[in-house]
Design a protein around this ligand. Structure first.
Ligand code: OGA
Ligand code: MN
Length: 236
């Protein structure tokens, strides 16, 4: 399975030329892209792009939900994942890998509490009855780890990728395959859920920024060790 997620990742060289992470242009009206209710101006903005065209393109294709799991649920996931992860070493040396400073696993069977969380995640992210990848992908990024711009293999993964972030806040950047100036940042707070589907999944690369580049709307978002629990569907 590891080969599935590492070898099949396609790095996009052009997307590695990143935009300035400190741009702080804010649209006048809050938009609902990313699941932020437009009617609630106090809700924290979780999706940002300096381009309203990009926001429009991503509308409905990107969602970020704050506090998708509780602290207790985060602890339950960690209890189940830590023993297996601790046996592995972080990998730093493969310069051509899409991911730097990581260890990973996949898990098919979960205890009841975690199973319930995953069912909630899946029903939030995937249309009812859609065929999903059975094993859940668990990616543990070291504090110094990061994920370079890539598009998940279209051969092995379907239209939707959904992940919950544990232990640390982080910033995920989407960059258009057609125009590197078309980008958006997602603020992935600890315990939030992100969903990238369709256009955001196929036409934009995604990456998770390294600690020193980790800014959202000009605000520093320190990156610590981060574990993501990722569900995907199967290609149609
Ligand atoms: C991946 C990936 C994102 C994350 O493993 O392909 O993009 O949230 N992971 O860890
Ligand atoms: Mn990916």
């Amino acid at each position: 399975m590891r080969a599935l997620f590492t070898v099949c990742k396609r790095l996009s060289e052009k997307a590695l030329v990143g935009p300035s992470p400190t741009l702080s242009w804010v649209p006048r009206r809050p938009r609902s892209v990313g699941g932020i209710p437009a009617c609630n101006p106090s809700a924290r903005r979780l999706v940002f792009s300096p381009s309203s065209e990009v926001l429009e393109k991503l509308r409905g294709h990107v969602e970020v939900r704050e506090n998708f799991i509780s602290e207790e649920e985060e602890r339950a996931l960690l209890r189940e994942l830590e023993p297996g992860l601790k046996k592995k070493r972080y990998e730093f040396d493969h310069w051509d890998d899409a991911i730097h400073g990581y260890r990973e696993t996949e898990r098919l069977r979960w205890g009841p509490e975690c199973q319930a969380i995953l069912e909630r995640l899946r029903s939030a992210a995937f249309p009812q009855g859609s065929q999903q990848l059975g094993p859940v992908h668990v990616l543990d990024l070291d504090q110094k780890g990061y994920i370079k711009a890539h598009i998940d293999s279209v051969k092995f993964c379907g239209s939707t990728i959904a992940g919950v972030s544990l232990l640390s806040d982080s910033v995920m950047r989407l960059v258009s395959e057609d125009n590197v100036e078309h980008w958006a940042d997602l603020l992935l707070l600890r315990r939030s859920l992100y969903i990238i589907r369709d256009r955001a999944r196929y036409k934009f690369t995604h990456e998770v920024l390294k600690d020193e580049d980790s800014f959202f709307l000009g605000e520093r978002i320190p990156r610590d060790r981060r574990i993501s629990v990722i569900c995907r569907n199967l290609p149609a």
